[in-house]
Design a protein around this ligand. Structure first.
Ligand SMILES: [Zn+2]
Length: 92
C-alpha cells in the first residue's frame, strides 16, 4: 500500500533549505544545529525541525514552489496538491 514518491532531484535542495530558513521561528536550536532541518528522508526531501520552524508554513511554501516549478509539478503533482474534492455534494 505504499505510494511511490519520486526522489527529489538534488538541485532543488537549495531552495528547500531557503524555505526552511525563511520559516524558522527560533534562532538557536540544538536539535538541528541551527539549520532548521533534521536531515533528508528517503525521498531526498528535507525534514524540517519541528522545534524551531513552522512546519506547516514550510509545507505550504514547498507546495507553492512545487506548483510553480514545472519539473517538480510533473514529479509530485498529485502528491503535494491540495485536495480539490472535499465536498460530498455529488448528487445529480
Ligand atoms: Zn531546530
Amino acid at each position: 500500500m505504499s505510494e511511490e514518491i519520486p526522489r527529489l532531484p538534488d538541485e532543488h535542495l537549495d531552495r528547500a533549505r531557503e524555505i526552511v530558513a525563511e520559516k524558522r521561528t527560533r534562532q538557536k536550536c540544538k536539535s538541528c544545529y541551527d539549520r532548521g532541518y533534521i536531515g533528508t528522508n528517503q525521498n531526498n526531501l528535507l525534514v524540517p525541525c519541528a522545534k524551531c520552524t513552522d512546519v506547516d508554513g514550510v509545507m505550504e511554501a514547498w507546495r507553492g514552489y512545487v506548483a510553480e516549478t514545472p519539473a517538480l509539478k510533473e514529479l509530485y503533482g498529485d502528491y503535494f496538491e491540495e485536495e480539490e474534492e472535499g465536498t460530498d455534494e455529488s448528487q445529480q
